[in-house]
Write a protein that binds this ligand. Structure first.
Ligand code: B12
Length: 214
């Protein structure tokens, strides 16, 4: 069988966000689920681009340009993952990318999948100061704080959120913390005291369900 993403691959080489959106809709309407498009196309595609950036085969402007195109693709696909809002939410999650880090493509997929999985999700955005995570979790009466981190230089801020929650008896009692993002490993996340780690968006849903069952 031919690769369903051949056309999309070609279109991503051009500078036409409308054509990208059109092809994404075509794929979904032909029966390819957005989840599969993220998993089998978007993630390997960005992995390849990231590797090229790491080897200095491409430079920052190209990386930014690619991210913009992926964002257009993502914005087209996320509404297809719309959750069934008639069900009562399983629990409330505050999600964001930690201080110093502007990467949000992965976080957005995780947030959308958590909604689909039955959670009420409050996305506090990117470059989120430590105290803001805790303030938002209190305000929304959250059960889970989900931290995304793509930069090793921001690891210290993940640790800060975990420490601030665990050092305060009230917060420690109320909020579980789950961590994920490219360079984060399970060993590291659990080692700094997070309650869970998720490798990808479906893992995030499973792990959050486990957390509220605890
Ligand atoms: C796209 C991209 C960008 C875009 C981001 C656009 C955006 N809106 O997000 C732009 C161009 C802006 C960018 C900028 C930079 N980037 Co950048 N970027 C990437 C790239 C290519 C892809 C990241 C991505 O979106 N992956 C796809 C998503 C779907 O994967 P993901 O985020 O990992 O998320 C999945 C899982 O990890 C998990 N997950 C994610 N979050 C969470 C949260 C929870 C709670 C859970 C459970 C799971 C989970 O689920 C997701 C879905 O499966 C990576 C390379 C790579 N291979 O990762 C480099 C990379 C992350 N960037 C890197 C760097 C260095 C930078 C810059 C510093 C470059 C510069 N010199 O300015 C800046 C930093 C800006 C800042 N302050 O944040 C490095 C980081 C190195 C490091 N070890 O720290 C990388 C690894 C590239 C490289 N090989 O050098 N970048």
């Amino acid at each position: 069988m031919s690769n369903p993403f051949n056309d999309l691959q070609q279109i991503m080489l051009q500078d036409d966000e409308q054509a990208i959106a059109k092809e994404a809709v075509k794929l979904v309407e032909s029966g390819v689920s957005p989840d599969v498009i993220f998993h089998d196309f978007v993630i390997p595609y960005l992995q390849d681009v990231g590797d090229k950036f790491g080897r200095m085969e491409i430079f920052l402007p190209e990386l930014i340009h690619t991210a913009d195109k992926v964002k257009a693709l993502q914005e087209t696909l996320l509404p297809y993952l719309e959750a069934d809002k008639t069900r009562e939410a399983a629990a409330t999650v505050v999600i964001g990318t930690v201080d110093g880090d502007l990467h949000d493509l992965g976080k957005n997929i995780v947030a959308a999948m958590l909604e689909v999985g039955g959670f009420e999700v409050h996305d506090v955005g990117v470059n989120v100061p430590t105290k803001q995570f805790i303030a938002a979790a209190k305000e929304k009466n959250a059960n889970i704080i989900a931290l995304s981190c793509l930069l090793t230089t921001s690891f210290a801020y993940v640790e800060d959120v975990v420490r601030m929650v665990k050092d305060d008896a009230d917060s420690a009692e109320r909020f579980k913390i789950i961590v994920g993002g490219g360079p984060v490993t399970k060993e590291w996340a659990l080692g700094i005291g997070a309650d869970a780690y998720g490798d990808n968006a479906s893992d995030a849903v499973t792990e959050c369900k486990n957390l509220i069952a605890m």
